[in-house]
Design a protein around this ligand. Structure first.
Ligand code: SAM
Length: 287
């Protein structure tokens, strides 16, 4: 008999998504959250933190390619990259496809996420074994406040701004991100849904614009995140993500992508009119 067990992810504003599952592969409660990995009928294996979908095998390439390749292709020589959050390993995997990257440090607060993904999501987490990857189990907020290391690119691959992830959307955190960046370095952050989280986006943009010389949003759409359309934020004291982007670097890298490409990189920064109107005073112009 076919399984007819469904899990429900509750989005904001009384909206939910349901996924039919084959089996629960892992379920545990860490000091930070409930961590679940299920094998679903339609979307392959899926990681949920506190019941919210983080990664599905079917569409994780969209998020991970767009969070990683945009800053790494804009920076002219990204040697050292810091990923905060992202314990599933997908962002590290994409960063390390760039041969010029010599070191990628992942700072994830929750060991349970890393261990569960290493075991059950090897296609996503496999690059954590790369000799250039270092996994540090720690609070990213404390890490950027105290480390002496410096990075060319910082990627904030965080959960929603609640619990331990809340300070990852704050001014003090970004002042410290700027401190750990090499001059002109780039930060890219998970920036929530333009439909459901206008205030979180506004606040993040305003903070980034006060800490860095440039702040931008760029969009992607995937299958599993609430509302379909989702954003990342990009900030730097030096680099414009469109004017300083060299499409020939993408061709020269010889990498095969499933979502990212050079025209899409530029197009992602062209925001829908409702976002332009909403954030016009906060966005650095480009494109
Ligand atoms: N792709 C994802 C999304 O937006 O749905 C993000 C995935 S990733 C699994 C997010 C990770 O950030 C979680 O595993 C969580 O434990 C981690 N995290 C939350 N707060 C953190 C903090 N202060 N320092 C480091 N990691 C943190």
């Amino acid at each position: 008999m076919k399984s007819d067990i469904w899990i429900e992810e509750r989005h904001r504003a009384g909206v939910a998504a349901r996924f039919r599952i084959k089996q629960v592969l892992f379920q545990g409660t860490s000091p930070f959250q409930e961590v679940t990995i299920v094998d679903t009928v339609p979307l392959g294996k899926m990681l949920l933190n506190d019941g919210l979908v983080m990664v599905s095998e079917k569409d994780e390439f969209v998020y991970h390619e767009m969070i990683a390749h945009v800053p790494v292709f804009v920076h002219p020589s990204p040697r050292r990259v810091l990923v905060i959050g992202g314990g599933d390993g997908g962002t590290v995997r994409e960063v390390l496809r760039h041969r010029g990257v010599r070191a990628c440090r992942l700072v994830e607060i929750d060991r349970m996420v890393v261990d569960a993904c290493r075991k059950h999501l090897p296609a996503v987490s496999g690059a954590l074994k790369d000799r250039r990857a270092t996994v540090t189990i720690a609070d990213g907020v404390k890490f950027v406040a105290t480390t002496r290391e410096r990075f060319d690119v910082v990627i904030v691959d965080s959960t929603d701004p609640i619990g331990p992830a809340a300070p990852l959307f704050g001014r003090k955190f970004y002042a410290n991100v700027r401190r750990v960046l090499t001059p002109g370095g780039i930060v890219v952050s998970q920036a929530e849904s333009p439909f459901y989280e206008a205030e979180a986006q506004r606040s993040l943009l305003s903070i980034l614009g006060s800490v860095f010389k440039r702040a931008h949003l760029y969009n992607f759409s995937n299958l599993t995140y609430p509302g379909g359309l989702w954003s990342f934020a990009f900030a730097s004291d030096r680099f414009c993500p469109v004017e300083d982007f060299r499409p020939e670097a993408v061709r020269g890298a010889g990498l095969k992508f499933q979502y990212y490409n050079a025209p899409l990189h530029m197009a992602a920064f062209q925001l829908p009119q409702f976002m332009r109107d909403r954030y016009k005073k906060l966005l650095s112009c480009c494109g």
